[in-house]
Design a protein. Sequence first.
Length: 241
Amino acid sequence: MKERIQKVLSDSGIASRRQIEKFIKEKRIFVGDRLAKLGEKISRDDQIFLDGKKINLNVNNKLRILALNKPEGFECTRSEKSSKKKIFDLLPPENNFRWISVGRLDLNTSGLLLITNNGQVANQLMHPSSMLDREYIARIRGKVEPTDIDKLKKGIQIDGNRMKFNDLVEGRITKSHSWFALVIQEGKNREVRKLWNALGYEVSRLKRVRYANIFLPSTLKQGSYKEMNQKEIDNLIKNLS
């Protein structure tokens, strides 16, 4: 049976569908000796190559999910164009699959990043329709006005989209900074920073501490990962039903 190439490769744990579309546009995927086309249908008997390396489409990989404590200064990309350090260099070796990050954290954001070997699961976990909480600790330069806190909770129009914090709790305040715990659900690109910046505030530190019901372990050092056990995976996947 033939299926769309994005679905076949995603189900095989190669990458998320969005990433696969990007690979095809970048002319990195071949079907046999010809360039792959977006939306074309292939079978699992076809010979598929990514960056010149043959992909095994018939490997039945057990679902694996890692909780990585991402340090600042690491990119969530495989692009060879960037000389910056990559999160994938912190992960266990890949064996007939590719690690896929569940969403991204920007270069200067640290904390919890989920990694999986299953493209379909990655898509479901990061898709806005899943409405999964992403909780952060943010350090804001200066004092935040109560009226601005209300605006951030109600929503602000940014880049044609209405963005807001689903929860925003003020914590410790010093002479130079204010600390907040905050929650978003859609995970748009740089959403947390854009919200604060829209009201004239600077985010001087940002760390993700929770994704859905998975918390960043307090004992997990920066640059280290923890492989989730089956019970933890099952509890996470329940959020998708």
